[in-house]
Each structure stands twice: as C-alpha cells, then as structure tokens.
Write a new protein. Structure first.
Length: 172
C-alpha cells in the first residue's frame, strides 16, 4: 500500500511544479510519504478493515483450493479403476473446478483492489489537500516524496513531513 501512495502523491504533486513559475529561487520540499500515510488519522482503521476483508477472501480461496486438492487426490486413487470415458469426465470436472478457482481468485483480487481504493481514497485526498496547502503557503515549487525512487539525497531542512502530520492531526 505504501508504494501506491508514493506514486500517487508524486503524480498528483508534479503538476504543481509544472504550474509554478521559475523565479530566481526555486523552493523545493519533501516528505516521507510512508510516515505520513502510516500516521494519518484513520489510516490504521482503514488498514485493519482492509486486512480483515482480505483475510476473508484468503479463507474462501483456501477452502476452494482444498476442495480441488481433495478431488485431485480422489481422482488419482480412483483413476486406475475408471473407464476411459469416466476418467475423461472426471478430468473435465477437475478442469472446471480449477477454472472456477482461478476465476474466483481473480474476482476476489479485483474486489480487494476496489475495497482498498474505497478505504484509502479519502485518506489520500486529505493528505494531498494538506500538502497542496503547505506548498501554496510556503511558496514551494515542488514537494516530493523522499520514499520514491530517484531521490538520492535531500537537505533535511526541506523535510515537511512533521508539518504535514501536524496538520493532518489538527484536521481530524
């Protein structure tokens, strides 16, 4: 989830840099996106809700996989005694079960992604609004996420993480 926020915040905030006029002194700040996300009010509850949802999905998939494994073992034990037609029918049934498992896994994965977006979108929106406010207030041309790839070094005095966290907690 934290990787998503780095990309998400980076994309949203790069537009601010393009809109900023390049004056004599270009002011840049950065945040620790992972720290901001993890300490944003409501994140822990959203993450917990998401984890419970995913755990339910995993349980369902494990149950379907166990049923398939059991059917395969039964087929392996019975295959010698089955006629070619019965063997072929049983193999088709196993293929159908496998396809059902794969389809259900894909469906649950999509549901998990949708649920994660539902839970995290309001949090991302709050974070972005606070960062945009700090950018405008501090006349920053750009605020980047130090957790994102590409930043090799940064001046610690430009770190706005604590200010973002303070405002997020105030706006609770």
């Amino acid at each position: 989830m934290t990787r998503v926020v780095g990309v998400w915040l980076g994309l949203g905030l790069l537009g601010a840099a393009a809109a900023a006029q390049a004056g004599p002194a270009l002011k840049i700040g950065y945040i620790n996106g992972t720290q901001v996300l993890q300490q944003t009010p409501g994140y822990t509850a959203a993450e917990s809700t998401f984890d419970r949802t995913v755990q339910g999905y995993r349980g369902e998939v494990q149950k379907l996989a166990a049923q398939l494994d059991s059917a395969v073992r039964a087929f392996d034990q019975q295959s010698i005694a089955l006629s070619p037609a019965a063997k072929q029918a049983k193999q088709k049934q196993l293929q159908t079960m496998q396809q059902h498992l794969t389809d259900r896994q894909n469906e649950l994965q999509q549901q998990a992604q949708t649920r994660q977006q539902e839970l995290m979108q309001p949090i991302y929106a709050r974070i972005k609004a606070v960062i945009q406010g700090l950018r405008a207030e501090g006349n920053y041309a750009l605020i980047v996420d130090a957790d994102s790839p590409g930043i090799m070094a940064a001046d610690p005095s430009l770190d706005l993480t604590s200010k973002v966290l303070q405002r997020l907690k105030q706006s609770q």
